[in-house]
Design a protein around this ligand. Structure first.
Ligand SMILES: Cc1cc2nc3c(=O)[nH]c(=O)nc-3n(C[C@H](O)[C@H](O)[C@H](O)COP(=O)(O)OP(=O)(O)OC[C@H]3O[C@@H](n4cnc5c(N)ncnc54)[C@H](O)[C@@H]3O)c2cc1C
Length: 455
C-alpha cells in the first residue's frame, strides 16, 4: 500500500515549486495568448497559491502547455466538467497547472454516418443536442450530462444506465487523439470498427483518469436513434423481488435502462421535491425504459415484463415531460438524501456479481440500518450505496469494511467512477501486487517525470 502511494505521488514533492509555476505564467501567456490563461489560482480556489488555470482552444495549445510544464517539471491536472465523484479533477493543494479541456469543442458528424469526431470538452448534453435532429445518438448517458465532458467520460471509462445494452465508454471509442506528458501528440482518429494492429494504446488511455495523457478528441461510435420511448416505475415488496424482476427485463431487447432503488430513496425524493409519492409503502422499485421506432413495440416490451413479473404497483409514461418526472425519482436521489445528512454523504460505487447482489444489499441494511440508501444500475450489478450521517473519523474504517466485503464477494470497489484521489487505498485492496506493478511500469513509460495528475 505504502509503495503504491509513493509511486502515484512520486511527482509531488520534487516538482511544481510555487516560484516555478509563476515563471511558467509568462511562457504560457506567450504560447496561448492572454485569453487562454483564465486564472492564477489561490487558496480561495482550494488550490496552492501560484497555481494556474489554463484553457487551451486546440490540441496544439494543449501540447504547448504540456511541453512547457514538462520542461519546468510542473504538475498538470486535467479537468473536464468537474463532475467526477472521486476527487480526480479540480484545484489541488500543491503547485500545478489546472488544464481545462472545455474549449476543445470540435464536433463533426457527416449525415448518415454511424460515427462522429468530437472534442474532449463537449459535454454529453451538448453532444445529444447536436445529434438530436439526426437518426443517430451516443450510447452513454447519465444524470451529470450537463457537466460531464467527452474527455472526462473517456478517461473515467464512464458507464450510466445503458451499459448492459451498449457497453461502457470503452466500447464507444473508435479512435483517439491524446497528448503525452512531454507534449507529443498521438492521433489516430480513424473510425474503423476493426483494427488489431499491435497493442491497443487507446485502451490504456481510456479509464486512465489523466495519469497517462490528456485526451483532446475522439472518434465515437453512434447508435440508431429510436423514435419512441416508454418508461415505467414499478413497486416491489423488497430489493430481492425487484432484482429478480430486473433479470427478466434484461432479456427484453427494447429495454435500455433498468435502475433499482430502495423504498426509502423514493420517499426521500418525494419529500424533498414535494411531489406525490407514486408507490407509497413499497420496499423497492425498478425504473425501466424501453425504446423503439414503433411505439407499440416499446410499450409491449414493458407490458410483457409487467405480465411476467407482477409488480404490485406501476406508474408509466410515454410523453417526454412525464417520463422526466419518473426519471426524477432516480436522478433526484442524491440531492434528496444529501439534504438529510449532517455530514457529506459517504458514497460507494460498487459492482457485485448478479448472484451476490441481493445478499450484499441485505448485508448493507444489517450493517448500516437507516443510514444506508441503495440504488443503482440493476442489470450491471452496479450499486451506488450512500451512507448518511457518517462523521469524518468513522469514514476510513467503514469504507474499509465495505471494500473488504465487496472483494470477498469477487466484486469491484470502483464500478464506473474510477479511483481519483479518494480511492487509492481501495485500489490496493482489490488489485494484486503483480497488477499494481504493471500499472506503475505503464505510468513510468507514459509519464517518466510523473507530472500528470500526481497526488
Ligand atoms: C449527478 C451525477 C451522476 C453521475 N452518474 C454517473 C453515472 O451514471 N455513470 C458514471 O460513470 N459516472 C457518473 N457520474 C460521475 C461523473 O460524471 C463521471 O465520472 C464523468 O465521466 C466525469 O466527467 P467530467 O468531464 O466531469 O470529468 P472531471 O470530473 O473533470 O474529471 C474526471 C477525471 O478525468 C480526468 N480528465 C478529465 N478530462 C480529461 C481529459 N480530457 N484528458 C485526461 N484526463 C481527463 C481528470 O483529471 C479526473 O481525474 C455522475 C456524477 C454526478 C455528479
Amino acid at each position: 500500500m505504502l509503495s503504491l502511494m509513493v509511486v502515484f505521488c512520486m511527482a509531488r514533492s520534487p516538482i511544481g515549486q510555487t516560484g516555478t509555476v509563476h515563471s511558467l505564467l509568462k511562457n504560457v501567456r506567450a504560447l496561448l495568448g492572454d485569453s487562454a490563461v483564465l486564472d492564477e489560482l489561490t487558496a480561495a480556489h482550494g488550490a496552492d497559491s501560484g497555481s494556474l488555470r489554463v484553457e487551451p482552444t486546440d490540441t496544439q495549445g494543449v501540447s504547448a502547455v504540456l511541453r512547457a510544464c514538462a520542461e519546468a517539471e510542473v504538475a498538470v491536472v486535467p479537468e473536464g466538467g468537474g463532475s467526477g465523484l472521486v476527487g480526480g479533477a479540480g484545484p489541488q493543494p500543491f503547485p500545478h497547472v489546472l488544464l481545462s479541456t472545455r474549449r476543445l469543442q470540435t464536433l463533426e458528424h457527416r449525415s448518415g454516418e454511424p460515427a462522429a469526431r468530437v472534442g474532449a470538452g463537449v459535454t454529453l448534453a451538448e453532444l445529444e443536442r447536436s445529434l438530436a435532429p439526426t437518426a443517430w445518438r451516443y450510447g452513454i448517458d447519465f444524470g451529470a450530462r450537463d457537466q460531464a465532458t467527452l474527455g472526462g467520460t473517456i478517461t473515467t471509462n464512464a458507464g450510466g444506465s445503458g451499459v448492459f445494452r451498449f457497453g461502457t465508454t470503452r466500447q464507444q471509442v473508435l479512435g483517439l487523439e491524446y497528448v503525452l506528458a512531454d507534449g507529443t501528440v498521438v492521433s489516430d482518429l480513424s473510425p474503423l470498427m476493426k483494427d488489431n494492429t499491435g497493442l491497443s494504446l487507446q485502451d490504456l488511455i481510456i479509464g486512465s483518469e489523466g495519469i497517462l495523457a490528456i485526451v483532446t478528441q475522439a472518434s465515437i461510435r453512434l447508435w440508431p436513434r429510436p423514435e419512441h420511448r416508454a418508461t415505467v416505475l414499478a413497486g416491489f415488496p423488497d430489493l430481492d423481488a425487484a432484482l429478480q424482476a430486473s433479470r427478466v427485463a434484461a432479456r427484453s431487447v427494447p429495454i435500455e435502462a433498468i435502475e433499482f432503488m430502495d423504498g426509502a430513496c423514493l420517499s426521500a425524493v418525494a419529500q424533498h421535491t414535494s411531489v406525490a409519492h407514486p408507490l407509497e409503502g413499497h420496499g423497492a422499485a425498478l425504473l425501466l425504459e424501453s425504446a423503439h421506432d414503433d411505439q407499440t413495440v416499446a410499450l409491449a416490451a414493458l407490458h410483457d415484463w409487467i405480465d411476467a413479473t407482477s409488480p404490485s404497483a406501476t406508474a408509466a409514461a410515454t410523453d417526454r415531460a412525464d417520463r422526466a418526472r419518473l426519471w426524477a425519482f432516480r436522478e433526484g436521489i442524491v440531492p434528496a438524501i444529501t439534504a438529510r445528512s449532517s455530514f457529506p454523504l459517504l458514497k460507494f460505487d460498487l459492482t457485485l456479481p448478479q448472484e451476490s447482489l441481493a445478499g450484499f444489499l441485505d448485508w448493507c441494511t444489517t450493517q448500516f440500518g437507516d443510514a444506508a440508501w441503495q440504488f443503482g444500475h440493476a442489470a450491471d450489478g452496479n450499486v451506488h450505496l450512500n451512507l448518511t450521517d457518517v462523521a469524518q473519523g468513522e469514514r476510513g474504517a467503514i469504507s474499509d469494511t465495505v471494500y473488504r466485503q465487496v472483494c470477498a464477494l469477487s466484486g469491484s470497489v470502483s464500478a464506473e467512477h474510477g479511483i481519483g484521489r479518494y480511492k487509492v487505498a481501495a485500489l490496493a485492496q482489490q488489485r494484486t501486487s503483480a497488477e499494481l506493478s504493471l500499472m506503475r511500469g505503464i505510468k513510468q513509460v507514459f509519464d517518466p517525470k510523473g507530472i500528470l495528475n500526481p497526488g
